[in-house]
Ligand binder design. Structure first.
Ligand code: ATP
Ligand SMILES: Nc1nc2c(ncn2[C@@H]2O[C@H](COP(=O)(O)O)[C@@H](O)[C@H]2O)c(=O)[nH]1
Length: 197
């Protein structure tokens, strides 16, 4: 049976990576899709672990060659999901997690049947801003832009299958784990009885 594609979105700084990393420690059979980005690496970020850091011309070439499952301009930089590893993992029956913005999630929803869409929201915009400031990775003007975009992204919640509010981290981790477990138990009709693939 093919793997399940889990798509996680939510405003910058809400804790998507923090929650996802904790879930991956507690749950086997999950692959994380490493995105390509034109954003310069932050201190401590490792190429091939956090992102595949590429320049704009490489990103454009990958786009032209159809190497992305989806891509978008987010907070002034380009981000894209490499298609090939995802197709291979899903074919082998491994589940995959994407952490992408709302524009990318829309593209995946349109072009890929059967994804599970999860929105992670902050308890409040004030808490979100505090997290971005405390993370200390973005300049003040970048935080302002990310907060402006957060308000727009929050309007897309109804496009998603699940909403997880990341207030207490442990609770959010348990909720995401529960969603993954529930989706793994779901009877996925065409494949379940060994019928049509
Ligand atoms: N429940 C929580 N309570 C308080 N702080 C949190 C919580 N979850 C995550 N954080 C903190 O918030 C900051 C942002 O988290 P993280 O980098 O995981 O967000 P993100 O959504 O992946 O951001 P981006 O979209 O920009 O990559 C981090 O400093 C993290 O430690
Ligand atoms: N459409 C896509 N969006 C992506 C992808 N990878 C990350 N993202 C989004 O970018 C923001 C900002 O990330 P940061 O690392 O610069 O803080 C993040 O919130 C994601 O929503 C992707 O492959 N496609």
């Amino acid at each position: 049976m093919a793997g399940i594609l889990f798509v996680i979105s939510g405003p910058s700084g809400v804790g998507k990576s923090t929650v996802r990393k904790e879930v991956m420690k507690r749950c086997s059979g999950l692959r994380y899709s490493i995105s390509c980005t034109t954003r310069p690496p932050r201190e401590g970020e490792i190429n091939g672990v956090d992102y595949l850091f590429v320049d704009l011309s490489t990103f454009e070439a990958m786009k032209r060659q159809g190497e992305f499952l989806e891509w978008a301009r987010v907070h002034g930089n380009y981000y894209g999901t490499p298609r090939k590893p995802i197709e291979e993992w899903l074919k082998k029956g491994e589940d995959v997690i994407l952490e992408i913005d709302v524009q990318g999630a829309k593209q995946v929803k349109k072009n890929f049947k059967g994804g599970v869409f999860i929105f992670i929201a902050p308890p409040s915009l004030k808490a979100l801003e505090e997290r971005l400031k405390k993370r200390n990775t973005d300049r003040e003007d970048e935080i302002l832009l990310r907060m402006t975009n957060a308000r727009i992204e929050m309007q897309c919640i109804s496009d998603y299958d699940y909403l997880v509010v990341n207030d207490q981290l442990e609770e959010a981790v348990n909720k995401l784990l529960s969603i993954i477990i529930a989706e793994r138990c779901r009877i996925r009709k065409p494949h379940f009885w060994g019928g049509e693939k």
